[in-house]
Design a binder for this molecule. Structure first.
Ligand code: SF4
Length: 174
């Protein structure tokens, strides 16, 4: 039974920066839970960040830029939390490797878990195209990352594994 990594906040866990969840009521997720496929992760909390915590955004770039050391992740109070976001991303990748996970559903727009877009770093509520730090690391290791708005696509990808031969020889890059 192939497993799927899911952002903890989508599963109803109150791990977001504001102490809330983003529970995604979905028949697809419910079935995955019943089938025992779901592995939950909150990269930020796994790295030791508190609940609640100050909002953070990637400053002047996207997740891949953080991975390459070009830009930082800053809280709205100016504190540099780049190392925590990198640590959380590595924790999520480790879970994927341990559980042979090739499909993830992560919360869009988050500086960790975003996949289609993230906030642009000036805390104005403006989004920019790009992925968060965890998503960028998972994708660079061949894991297919979907948002909560792409559950049908994620389910299709999950059913396709391993028949479609996804990422069978993945080499971890941490
Ligand atoms: Fe949800 Fe990901 Fe943010 Fe954790 S880091 S609260 S799992 S979006």
């Amino acid at each position: 039974m192939k497993k799927v990594l899911i952002s903890a906040c989508l599963l109803g866990e109150k791990v977001r920066y504001d102490g809330n969840s983003l529970l995604e009521s979905s028949d697809i997720i419910q079935r995955w839970v019943e089938e025992g496929r779901v592995v939950s992760v909150c990269p930020e909390v796994s790295a030791g960040m508190s609940i609640p915590r100050a909002p953070a955004e990637i400053s002047g770039g996207v997740g891949s830029d953080v991975l390459s050391g070009k830009v930082s992740v800053l809280e709205d109070n100016g504190r540099d939390v780049t190392h925590l976001f990198l640590s959380g991303a590595r924790n999520a990748l480790a879970l994927c490797l341990e559980n042979e996970i090739e499909v993830a559903v992560l919360t869009d727009f988050s500086p960790s878990c975003g996949s289609s877009s993230i906030y642009n770093g000036d805390f104005s509520g403006t989004r920019t195209k790009g992925a968060g730090v965890t998503t960028a690391l998972l994708m660079s290791n061949g894991i297919k990352v979907f948002s909560q708005y792409q559950l049908k696509e994620a389910n299709k990808a999950l059913q396709c594994v391993p028949a479609c031969g996804l990422h069978r020889t993945r080499v971890a890059r941490r």
